[in-house]
Design a protein around this ligand. Structure first.
Ligand SMILES: Nc1nc2c(ncn2[C@@H]2O[C@H](COP(=O)(O)OP(=O)(O)O)[C@@H](O)[C@H]2O)c(=O)[nH]1
Ligand SMILES: [Mg+2]
Length: 447
């Protein structure tokens, strides 16, 4: 519970008897009568009676047995006594409004709650500890100081009094630019390390998967031969497409052998690894040689595999790539069959480069979609801040430029002010209801 009425409500339901002895944070062992059916239960009340609490308001926690009917009854009693249910993220939002947390820290609270692995938890904890906010607040304070100096100079322009030398101004702006550059680089690395688009290449042996991996990543990571069955272990390469990080995994071609075949065991392992990789992917690219005369049954197999349940991911995308387009004069007839099955397909050639830039664009678009839907909270901070930080850096660069070219201190002041405002957007110094809505609606109730 949080708010000015906390103590009054606790007194009304007799969880706290009489007046408080003092204003200290303490535990009140107590009992609450829930009527004939549920009887009287033990409730430990932890009370923060002053503004020295998480939310910056009088707050209380009730510790009691966690049975749903009892919890419901207790909440009903508190509401009847004048409380109301908290909205999603409201406790953290009150903490933010009380100035106890800034926005990156509020988002980090959500990050701590949502963390699914030690790496993300560590990022969230360091963000909560202010590792992101501190440099930003320093930068904003420094910008406001510079702004004061520059504007003071403007007031005394006739008297020829300078409050700050141009060389000094440039020097300090450059330091700020570097500081913000490092911060935005950290944010970029952070989102790259956690939210890359996972692409898996699947298809028959010799369909051109390994060539595609090499072409997409512009590396020679996978061995390419005319011999079918060259790739056994899955190979992953990470790289960037339009600033989005993607990771492509090349897998062994789809192939099974009779149990008595000497290669059966290794093939089976390779197949399992490929299926496993595909089930974790965001995007599965099914490579089919455009030269092959795909019989109806092969297409149905492909469709079955594509529509097969993907247990780990809800929104996996599947595209079919018709490879080696340079060897055919026109698209094979069965490309229409794919269309009628609702499967998206495109022709490519890694040799001639056909369709490769289109494929790159589509991959970037998919990465953008994933980036928008899968943002974790701490990553959410990165996504929310990226634009503002880049904008602030640009404004500082323009301020440096304007100083160097003697374009006038009015212009310099405008740029510095806009940089400070953009950083204020990030830390939540300046905020709108929309922004708060976007940040706190992602929380669950009671956090
Ligand atoms: N003409 C042509 N040949 C290709 C193309 N892509 C791959 N190949 C050839 O097809 C064969 C199998 O390629 P590879 O990438 O190893 O197939 P994978 O088994 O699916 O990994 C190799 O001989 C490649 O040179 C292409 O776009 N055009
Ligand atoms: Mg291969």
């Amino acid at each position: 519970m949080s708010g000015g009425q906390v103590v009054a409500i606790l007194q009304r339901v007799n969880l706290i008897a009489g007046e408080l002895a003092d204003r200290r944070t303490r535990r009140y062992p107590s009992r609450l009568d829930l009527g004939d059916l549920l009887g009287e239960i033990d409730v430990d009340v932890m009370l923060w009676p002053t503004s020295r609490s998480y939310t910056g308001q009088p707050s209380a926690e009730l510790h009691l047995i966690g049975s749903l009917p009892i919890l419901d009854a207790v909440v009903d009693r508190l509401i009847a006594a004048g409380g109301r249910a908290a909205r999603a993220g409201e406790f953290t939002m009150r903490s933010f409004l009380a100035g106890r947390l800034d926005l990156p820290q509020a988002e980090a609270v959500l990050g701590v709650i949502d963390a699914e692995d030690p790496g993300t938890l560590n990022q969230a904890l360091s963000q909560l500890a202010g590792n992101l906010s501190r440099p930003l607040q320093t930068a904003r304070g420094e910008l406001l100081d510079l702004l004061a100096d520059v504007e003071a100079g403007l007031d005394f322009v006739d008297e020829d009094i300078e409050f700050i030398e141009d060389a000094d101004l440039i020097d300090r702006l450059e330091q700020l630019r570097n500081l913000l550059g490092r911060t935005s680089e950290q944010l970029r690395e952070r989102s790259a390390s956690t939210s890359s688009l996972e692409i898996v290449l699947r298809g028959l042996p010799n369909a051109g998967k390994s060539c595609l991996l090499n072409a997409l990543s512009q590396t020679e990571s996978a061995i390419v031969t005319e011999q079918a069955g060259t790739t056994r272990d899955s190979i992953s390469v990470s790289f960037e497409v339009d600033g989005y990080s993607v990771r492509v995994t090349d897998t062994a071609g789809i192939e099974w052998r009779a149990a008595n075949d000497p290669d059966a065991a290794v093939l089976e392992k390779a197949q399992r690894q490929a299926i496993e990789a595909a089930s974790r992917a965001d995007l599965c690219l099914w490579c089919v040689d455009a030269n092959s005369q795909e019989p109806e049954s092969a297409l149905e197999n492909l469709q079955a595999m594509i529509t097969d349940r993907q247990p780990h991911k809800k929104s996996i995308e599947n595209w079919v790539l018709l490879t080696k387009a340079d060897l055919v004069s026109e698209p094979p007839k069965w490309i229409d069959v794919l269309g009628s099955m609702g499967i998206e397909s495109m022709m490519i050639s890694t040799l001639a480069g056909t369709g490769m830039s289109e494929l790159g664009n589509k991959i970037a678009a998919a990465a953008e979609r994933i980036d928008a839907t899968e943002v974790g909270s701490v990553i959410g901070t990165a996504a929310r801040c990226r634009g503002s930080l880049m904008g602030a850096i640009d404004a500082i660069v323009r301020a440096i430029d304007a100083t160097q070219t003697q374009a006038g201190h009015e212009l310099v002041a405008t740029e510095i002010r806009s940089a400070a405002e953009l950083i204020g957007d990030v830390t939540g110094e300046v905020y709108t209801d929309d922004l708060l809505d976007r940040v706190f609606s992602r929380f669950c109730i009671g956090k």
